[in-house]
Design a protein around this ligand. Structure first.
Ligand code: 0L1
Ligand code: MG
Length: 254
């Protein structure tokens, strides 16, 4: 385990990169991290954000597709935290100047209805959720050219940079719904089944991670369950995610 001082130093580096909109080198060469180290850096990073007055709004899951897990050589999802500063209203505007090299993913979001007892073996995570919505996630790795190790990306709060949530709908079966992501010049199509064979499985994987990694899941939290297609670059103009039967959400980038 790296020292507390190093945890703070690495969190300051990643925080500085995000705030200065300037990429940084992978940490792997200079600071070989364990996965425990990486989550400690992520926690310190969130502490810096909340210390400046940002409010935590939920969590996001990454590596929820088999293809991405294989590419990274891992077998578990990664979890990052969301804050109100990352939230863009549905139909709202995001300033591209805030980001280094942003990409966007079509996702499904869940809303946690009550505080979750993550340590109880009897907890049924699906029963703690009351709504589901189409969502867009903006990812913006702080590492040069999006080149990172598994530990790097966890330390960097799993590239979390922004999100928008469409109209909340009552919880329903979202295990295999067609998804379309449309930017001004690129688009992608897929299915919610790409998210761990159904986003409810992603919720279950999140509960396991919450137990093992100490994430809180509280009433009102948003959970971004993972991407239904590969990310596309976030570019000027309108980007829309449509999930069949759920609705759509869009952001306009300037
Ligand atoms: O799925 C995701 O939200 C992406 C997680 C981080 C990996 C990346 O930046 O590509
Ligand atoms: Mg994502």
């Amino acid at each position: 385990m790296i020292t507390e001082e190093t945890v703070d130093e690495l969190a300051a580096c990643l925080d500085g990169a995000q705030r200065a909109v300037a990429d940084t080198e992978s940490l792997a060469d200079t600071h070989p991290l364990t996965i425990d180290d990486a989550y400690a850096v992520q926690k310190a990073l969130l502490g810096r954000r909340t210390g400046r007055g940002e409010r935590r709004t939920g969590v996001k899951l990454g590596f929820t597709s088999k293809a991405k897990m294989e590419q990274m050589g891992v077998s578990e999802i990664i979890v990052g935290e969301l804050t109100d500063a990352m939230c863009v209203a549905d139909g709202g505007t995001a300033d591209l100047a805030r980001f280094i090299h942003p990409k966007v993913e079509p996702e499904v979001a869940f809303r946690i209805a009550r505080d979750v007892d993550v340590d109880s073996p009897d907890t049924d995570i699906a029963a703690c959720v009351d709504a589901v919505a189409p969502a867009l996630e903006i990812i913006d790795s702080r590492y040069r050219d999006f080149r990172f190790t598994y530990e790097d990306v966890v330390a960097d709060n799993t590239s979390a940079a922004g999100y928008a949530i469409g109209p909340w709908q009552p919880l329903q079966d979202v295990s295999d719904l067609p998804v379309r992501l449309r930017g001004e010049s690129r688009e992608a199509a897929g299915s919610t089944a790409a998210i761990l064979d159904g986003p409810l499985n992603a919720l279950r994987a999140l509960l396991d991670m919450a137990r093992r990694r100490g994430f809180a899941l509280r009433a009102g939290d948003v959970v971004l369950a993972g991407a239904a297609t590969a990310a596309i670059p976030l570019t000027p103009g309108v980007t829309t995610c449509e999930v069949a039967g759920l609705g759509q959400v869009s952001v306009r980038c300037v």
